[in-house]
Design a binder for this molecule. Sequence first.
Ligand code: FBP
Length: 329
Amino acid sequence: MSPDARGFKPLSTVLSRRCGSDPALQQLLEILADTCINVAERLQSSAFRRNTTIAGSQNSNGDLQKPLDLEADAIFETHLALLPNVAALVSEERDDVHWLKEPSAGDFIVCFDPLDGSSNIDVGMVVGSIFSVFRLEEDHQPYDLLSVLSGQNQIAAGYALYGPVTELVLGMGDWIDGYCYDPASGTFYRTHPDMTIATDAKEVAINAAREALWPSPIAQFIRDCFTPKLSGGRGANMRWTASMVADVHRILLRGGVFIYPEDREQNARLRLVYEANPIAFLMRSAGARATNGRDDILSLPVNDLHQKVGVVLGACDAVTYIQTQYEKA
Ligand code: FBP
């Protein structure tokens, strides 16, 4: 039986209701959904070209770029350049802003990580794409884009998950919906309306290999998490996929907290503009929280397109508890 016959609504039907008064944004979100379908197809057809890293090709973060990183980036540009009202792109794979046209008020700026968790490609594990959308206002200085790209100014965000099923999560600030892709009809259908996160954190996503560098509030929280309940701890379980999108999606569906802190050597791993901000925007809509340990991610000033930031996000009680530990530290 088709998803329609089972009562699932296709993306375009849901978005026409969700974006009713904003057809331009609806069109952009539909184009972003098509972009993710195209990236999924490219991943599926890449089996015989997996283990190749273009020597000497590094993104601004110093990460070696894989062919699929660049292909996914090009797929985003190809689709977004179709729209007359997308003025600029900010991508993990490009050092600078990529202007598509002379910017004017009402135009969109799209920031994206075309392939998140790409270290997983070579081993066939889940990867994703992350994106966020801004609209230029009359009072914005378009060529001073850093002032525009504050997390608070996002008007929409989403991510795609390229796993057993291709999934898509979209939000516009006061709601987020989850979709699954139906290859038979070539359409996303909404399977998770109005997603909200569980309040308690039964699972923790953290790269335990970096324990020696964890700041004390994180080290103390994790010790408490992995202390059995019978011994007065949280008795939490641990999961780490090395793909932020995959860990965040699991946390949205079954609760938990994701932590990639700025370590004691002030090193952070995740990027504010196209990883932390879009996910924090979605988390807020799902009733969750996202901080850098101390401050809300969405309130952080953007000083560089590729600036890195510590990330603590997920169930409110855990994120707030960690924040109080940072305040005491
Ligand atoms: P990119 O793959 O887009 O560079 O993203 C960074 C990332 O892969 C996240 O998805 C993930 O949470 C983290 O880095 C994994 O870090 P580590 O390699 O330390 O486990």
